[in-house]
Design a protein around this ligand. Structure first.
Ligand SMILES: Nc1ncnc2c1ncn2[C@@H]1O[C@H](COP(=O)(O)OP(=O)(O)OP(=O)(O)O)[C@@H](O)[C@H]1O
Ligand SMILES: [Mg+2]
Length: 239
C-alpha cells in the first residue's frame, strides 16, 4: 500500500467539508474519487498534500505517518498535486514552466532526458516549447500543468478535476495519457473527478463521495454496473 487515509475530517469554520472519509491507494494503482460539486474532493487532495488542515484523521504514505508534515516534506517524499484549474506562469515559455516543477528528483535522471521524455508524451508542448505559456489554449495549459508535475518523477500523482473546461475530445486525450502513465510508466495516481464516466473507465478502483462522506467504493467494474451509480453519475438507467 502506498497511501492510506483514515477517517479524514476537514472543516472550514462551521462548514464540514469532509466527515470521516477513509481510502487507500496501492502501489501502481489508478484510483478515482468521484463526486459532485462541493462533495469535498479538493479538500481531500489539499489535506493529502498538506495545504488544507485536517481536523481529524491519519495519513500514512509509503509506510510513514505524514499527517503532521508540511507540504514541502510531502513533495520531497514524492507526492505531487496537479491542482484544480492549475495555473501556469503566463510569461514564461513552456520549457521554463516545466523547469519550475523541478524539485528533488528521486532518481537521478538527467533533466534533459526527462524533458525529452515529457515532450514525447506531450507533442503539442514540444511544438510550443519556446512560446509564452499565455499563448497556449486552456487544454494545452492543462497538459503543461500535468507535465510540470511529472518532471521530478513523482511517486504519487494527485490530480484534481483535470477534465474541467476541456472539450470532450481533449478530455479523452488527457485521460488516455493518465492511463498510459499508470499502465506503462508505473505511476500511481489518485484522481478526483466530477466526470465519473471518463474516470471510472481508466481506474481500477473508485470511491464515491457525497457531501463529505463516502457512500460507495469498489472495483470500477462493479461500480459501473451499480444501478444507482449509473443513474446518478453515469447519466443512464439500468441495462
Ligand atoms: N476555503 C473554504 N472556506 C469555506 N468553505 C470551503 C472552502 N473550501 C471549500 N469549502 C466548502 O467545502 C465543501 C467542499 O468543497 P471542495 O472544494 O472540497 O469540494 P469539491 O468536491 O472539490 O467541489 P468541486 O467539484 O466544485 O470542485 C463545499 O461546501 C465548499 O463550499
Ligand atoms: Mg474541487
Amino acid at each position: 500500500m502506498l497511501l492510506e487515509a483514515r477517517d479524514l475530517h476537514v472543516a472550514y469554520g462551521d462548514i464540514r467539508a469532509v466527515s470521516g472519509v477513509s481510502f487507500r491507494v496501492d502501489r501502481g494503482e489508478l484510483v478515482s474519487i468521484i463526486g459532485a460539486n462541493g462533495a469535498g474532493k479538493t479538500s481531500i487532495l489539499g489535506a493529502l498534500m498538506g495545504i488544507v488542515p485536517l481536523a481529524r484523521g491519519t495519513i500514512v504514505y509509503d509506510g510513514d505517518d505524514i499527517t503532521g508534515l508540511p507540504a514541502f516534506r510531502r513533495a520531497r517524499a514524492g507526492i505531487r498535486l496537479v491542482p484544480e484549474r492549475a495555473r501556469v506562469f503566463p510569461r514564461l515559455s513552456v520549457t521554463e514552466n516545466l523547469m519550475t516543477g523541478v524539485y528533488r528528483q528521486r532518481k537521478k535522471v538527467p533533466l534533459a532526458e526527462r524533458i525529452a521524455w515529457l515532450y514525447e508524451l506531450f507533442p503539442i508542448l514540444a511544438q510550443r516549447r519556446d512560446q509564452p505559456a499565455a499563448t497556449l489554449s486552456g487544454g494545452e495549459q492543462q497538459q503543461l500543468a500535468i507535465a510540470r508535475a511529472l518532471i521530478s518523477d513523482p511517486q504519487l500523482l494527485l490530480v484534481d478535476e483535470v477534465s474541467m473546461g476541456l472539450m470532450p475530445k481533449l478530455v479523452d486525450r488527457v485521460f488516455e495519457l493518465l492511463e498510459d502513465l499508470n499502465r506503462n510508466h508505473g505511476l500511481t495516481i489518485l484522481l478526483v473527478e466530477q466526470n465519473a464516466l471518463a474516470s471510472l473507465e481508466i481506474s481500477q478502483r473508485a470511491y464515491v463521495l457525497e457531501t463529505g462522506t463516502c457512500v460507495a467504493e469498489g472495483d470500477t467494474r462493479d461500480l459501473r454496473r451499480d444501478p444507482r451509480i449509473r443513474q446518478v453519475y453515469l447519466g443512464s438507467g439500468t441495462d
